[in-house]
Ligand binder design. Structure first.
Ligand code: NG1
Ligand code: ZN
Length: 528
């Protein structure tokens, strides 16, 4: 480690004194102007993590669904996963070290994690379309270079595309080619094979309208056009040519306001979806003939996908265990439908995709989605090999179903929830089953619900257990919530401190919108 060089470069990316930031659920996130030193230091940290794991590490510059003025950064671990928890702590220490302490912290991390500093390091970097992202990603590169790391800058990518690249690079290309062409080749091949099998549905001209949140999704969907000659027409809105990123549009806006995005013309019963700013979330929606808006969120996406997978497994005749992973925010109707009608086991984890992802890895097939539309499906290596082998060997109906499942496996991005890949999976399933968006929506009816944010002096006074569904502290809070919940029908409510914003989130659902609203409000009063 060349301490003199590090000191010199670090001075160029000086930390504003007194600024304290934490590596949260989605890495670091704040106003872009406060992030230069963080980017430089995450470049340093990525090199250490790469040396320690002897693998390629990813660094993504994005603030997802947050306003255009914000930015953020997160590291991607060797198998395309979120950074390991002990390294999140190192990231926070490194980010908050005052300039003179920087070496000591770097050496401390290296020692604690037994990093062999002589090893080579390789880091891949990508960014979203925010005006601040290009310069900030240069600061990451500066950090990588000063520690002698090699790097490849992918430039503009969606977050899940970077996760995919990291995964490919660390599995010797077995998962796919680590290029944007490799990504589109893999997805388009699987999608085209699937839609060929769907030709009997009679709907040759399938089309979907996409609200791209004025972000990277638009760019990548345009690039994707040349890979599909038929099968699906994707019409882009909020493509960034006029509107502002995530402003009155995108998956987060549509989900939290439960209304259509601006900048999109919607005819009745047309199938529409929204990506978020870095294209790792997707929600579907439509307006019915009476002009009523219908949201199809992550829970209903998980339901469609897991039902389809279960049906395919039945046809193939393989007894594989399939599980659906949700968080406390999953609508109660979805959980009931999955457990009671579909007879699929459902598990609840803490908020944040890393928790869902890890739980999903315990199954032969694990489908996970947050209600906000972030999710994917994971298939164990053994399942993938078996299914693809059956698809080659069998010529009958079972073989046909196995081929279909093999293509579905290839169509999912198993490194991370991916709006583009999820959209193609959903479009393929709807085509194969000949389902309209209304029929999909009608699987079950969401319980009316309300989410509120409460500003408190210190959100850490609230601690939770049972996958965040029960408050442990402050004393008396859970009892107060229980008493309120008892006063409503089909009701449920919980509070938890946000991992990405300085707020406490309140969630309530009940048999009517008025009751859900009232319950959420009453619970928010109990939080003070
Ligand atoms: P927090 O701020 O911890 O609630 C939010 C989302 C998560 C996840 C992360 C990361 C909700 C209620 N919470 O977390 O699901 O997506 O951001 O982006 O939607
Ligand atoms: Zn996102």
């Amino acid at each position: 480690m060349d301490l003199v060089a590090i000191t010199k470069r670090s001075a160029v990316h000086a930390k504003p004194s007194g600024l304290v930031l934490q590596y949260g659920t989605a890495g670091f996130r704040t106003k872009a102007e406060h992030l230069d030193h963080i980017m430089f230091r995450m470049g340093l940290l990525a090199v250490l993590r790469s040396k320690q794991t002897n693998s390629t590490i990813g660094v993504m510059v994005t603030a997802s669904h947050n306003p255009e003025e914000d930015n953020g950064v997160k590291l991607v671990d060797p198998l395309g996963e979120m950074l390991a928890p002990s390294w999140e702590e190192h990231a926070t220490c490194l980010a908050n070290a005052e300039e003179p302490d920087l070496h000591r912290v770097l050496l401390d991390i290296s020692e604690k994690e037994a990093v062999d500093l002589q090893r080579d390091a390789f880091v891949v970097i990508a960014r979203d379309t925010r005006p601040s992202s290009e310069k900030l990603s240069q600061s990451v590169i500066d950090g990588v270079m000063v520690l002698g790391g090699q790097f490849h800058d992918y430039g503009l990518l969606t977050t899940p595309q970077l996760h995919y690249m990291v995964y490919c690079r660390n599995t010797d290309g077995q998962y796919g080619k680590a290029t944007i062409d490799g990504y589109f080749q893999k997805l388009s091949k699987a999608f085209v094979q699937l839609t060929k099998q769907a030709s009997y549905s009679g709907d040759e001209n399938r089309s979907v309208k996409v609200d791209c949140a004025n972000g990277i999704g638009a760019l990548k969907l345009k690039e994707m056009e040349s890979y599909f000659s038929q099968g699906l027409t994707v019409r882009l809105f909020n493509d960034g040519s006029t509107g502002k990123l995530n402003h009155f549009c995108g998956a987060d806006f549509v989900k939290s306001h439960q209304k259509p995005p601006q900048g999109m013309e919607i005819k009745s019963n047309e199938r529409c979806c929204s990506f978020d700013g870095d294209a790792d979330r997707i929600v579907y929606f439509y307006c019915d003939a009476g002009g009523h808006f219908h949201l199809i969120d992550g829970d209903k996406i998980a339901t469609l996908i897991s039902s389809f997978l279960k049906e395919l497994l039945l046809e193939i005749g393989e007894n594989l265990n399939i599980g659906v992973i949700q968080t406390a925010y999953a609508n109660g109707s979805s959980t009931r439908y999955l457990e009671e009608v579909m007879k699929v086991p459902v598990y609840c984890t803490k908020t944040g995709v890393k928790h869902l992802h890890h739980k999903a890895q315990e199954f032969d097939i694990g489908v996970y989605f947050e209600a906000n539309g972030h999710g994917t499906a994971l298939f164990s290596k053994a399942v993938e090999v078996k299914i693809k082998q059956l698809g080659k060997e069998l010529e009958d109906e079972r073989g046909k179903a196995a081929k279909m499942l093999g293509n579905i496996i290839d169509l999912f991005n198993q490194a991370a929830g991916d709006a583009i890949s999820d959209m193609l999976v959903i479009e393929a399933i709807l085509a194969l089953k000949g389902l309209t968006v209304q029929q999909w929506d009608a699987l079950y009816t969401d319980l009316p619900n309300r989410q509120l944010k409460v500003k408190v002096a210190d959100r850490r006074v609230i601690s939770t257990t049972d996958a965040e569904r029960q408050a442990v502290t402050p004393p008396g809070l859970q009892e107060a919530i229980n008493d309120l919940v008892k006063q409503y029908k089909l009701s449920r409510a919980f509070v938890r401190p946000s991992g990405t914003e300085d707020v406490v989130r309140v969630y309530a659902e009940a048999d009517s919108q008025e009751s859900a609203d009232r319950l959420a409000y009453e619970v928010s009063l109990a939080v003070f």
